[in-house]
Design a protein around this ligand. Structure first.
Ligand code: GUE
Length: 295
C-alpha cells in the first residue's frame, strides 16, 4: 500500500476494495474446490438507468471474484405479490447465498414487506430487521454494506476510532443509523446530525471523523470541519456539469483534512466489495453445514 499510495491524504477506496476483493477471490476458490460456488441474486424493478448501472457493476464484480450472479428483472408495474413470490423462490434455492433487492422500489410496493420476506440468512444487504437488531446488540450478522465498507476504510488506513468523536450527517436506515452503531461499538463518541439539526457547523467542527451522507452536492466546505479531520463522503450526486460528485466539496476541504475519500473511487467501490464479502460469508456458512451433514 505504502508504495502505490502517492497521495497520503487520499483514502483510495478503489485500491483498498481491490485488495479485499483479491482476498475474497481466494476464499471463493477454496469454496469452489469443495464444490460450492457462492451465488448472488439481484432483483431489480423498473427501468431507472442509474439503478441499472449500479446493478451491472454489482454483477460484474461478483463474476470477477468467481461468484455466480443471477439477475431478475421485473417490470415497474409488477405486483408486490410477484416480488414476494420471487423472493420465496430464491430463499429456497440452494445455489443462491445472497439476495439483494435494489432500492428504491416503485411507490406501489411496500419496501418493508419486501425486505421482511428475505431469509435473514441470505440478506447480504443487512437490511432485514432481524439483522439490524443483531447489529444493534453487537451480535455477528451481515452488516449494511456502506457502513461496513467505511469501517474497513478506517481500519485499512489505520485510523483510530476508539475515543474519537465521530459525527454523522444523515440518519437513513441503510447508512447513517447503522454507521453510528458500528462506530459506537468501536468506542467512538457518536453524534448524529440531520436535516433538522440546528447550527450544523457547530457539530461538524467537533468531528475527528466526519461521515457525510446528506445527498446534497458539495455541501460540506472547509468551514464545516476541524483541522486534521478524517472526512468520509457517502454522497453520489451530479454537479452542474453532470460530473459525479460527493456531498463534500473535495477541492475546498482536502487541505484542511488529514484524510478524505474521493467521489468516485471512495465509498462506492467499498459498498460493492462488502456485498461480495457478505455473500462469501453466507456461502461459507452453508458449505460448512454441508460438510457436517455429509451432504
Ligand atoms: N438494496 C440495495 N443495496 C445497495 O447497496 C444499494 C441499493 N439497494 N440501491 C442503490 C444504492 C447505491 N449503491 C452504490 C454502490 C456502489 C456505487 C459505486 O461503486 N460507485 C462508484 C462510481 C460509479 C459510477 O461511476 O457511476 C464510485 O463511487 O467510485 C454506487 C452506488 C448501492 N446501493
Amino acid at each position: 500500500m505504502e508504495d502505490i499510495q502517492v497521495d497520503k491524504k487520499l483514502i483510495d477506496g478503489k485500491a483498498i476494495g481491490t485488495i479485499i476483493r483479491e482476498e475474497i477471490k481466494e476464499r471463493v476458490q477454496k469454496l469452489q474446490s469443495k464444490g460450492c460456488t457462492p451465488g448472488l441474486a439481484v432483483i431489480i424493478v423498473g427501468d431507472d438507468p442509474a439503478s441499472h448501472t449500479y446493478v451491472k457493476n454489482k454483477q460484474k464484480s461478483s463474476v470477477e471474484v468467481g461468484m455466480k450472479s443471477e439477475l431478475i428483472q421485473l417490470a415497474a408495474t409488477v405486483s408486490e405479490q410477484e416480488i414476494l413470490d420471487c423472493i420465496a423462490q430464491l430463499n429456497d434455492d440452494d445455489s443462491i447465498h445472497g439476495i439483494l433487492v435494489q432500492l428504491p422500489l416503485p411507490k406501489h410496493i411496500d419496501e418493508n414487506r419486501v425486505i421482511l420476506a428475505i431469509d435473514p440468512a441470505k440478506d447480504v444487504d443487512g437490511f432485514h430487521p432481524v439483522n439490524v437488531g443483531k447489529m444493534m446488540i453487537g451480535q455477528s450478522t451481515y452488516l449494511s454494506c456502506t457502513p461496513y465498507g467505511i469501517i474497513k476504510l478506517l481500519e485499512r488506513t489505520n485510523t483510530q476510532i476508539k475515543g474519537k468523536h465521530a459525527v454523522i450527517i444523515g440518519r437513513s436506515n441503510i447508512v447513517g443509523k447503522p454507521m453510528g452503531q458500528l462506530l459506537l461499538q468501536r468506542d467512538a463518541t457518536v453524534t448524529y446530525c440531520h436535516s433538522r439539526t440546528k447550527d450544523l457547523a457547530h457539530h461538524t467542527k467537533q468531528a475527528d471523523i466526519l461521515i457525510v451522507a446528506i445527498g446534497m452536492a458539495k455541501f460540506i466546505k472547509k468551514e464545516h470541519i476541524k483541522e486534521g479531520a478524517v472526512v468520509i463522503d457517502v454522497g453520489m450526486n451530479r454537479d452542474e456539469n453532470g460530473k459525479l460528485c460527493g456531498d463534500v466539496d473535495f477541492a475546498d476541504v482536502k487541505e484542511k483534512s488529514s484524510m478524505i475519500t474521493p467521489v468516485p473511487g471512495g465509498v462506492g467501490p467499498m459498498t460493492i466489495t462488502m456485498l461480495l464479502k457478505n455473500t462469501l460469508l453466507s456461502a461459507e456458512q452453508v458449505c460448512d453445514t454441508d460438510k457436517h451433514e455429509d451432504k
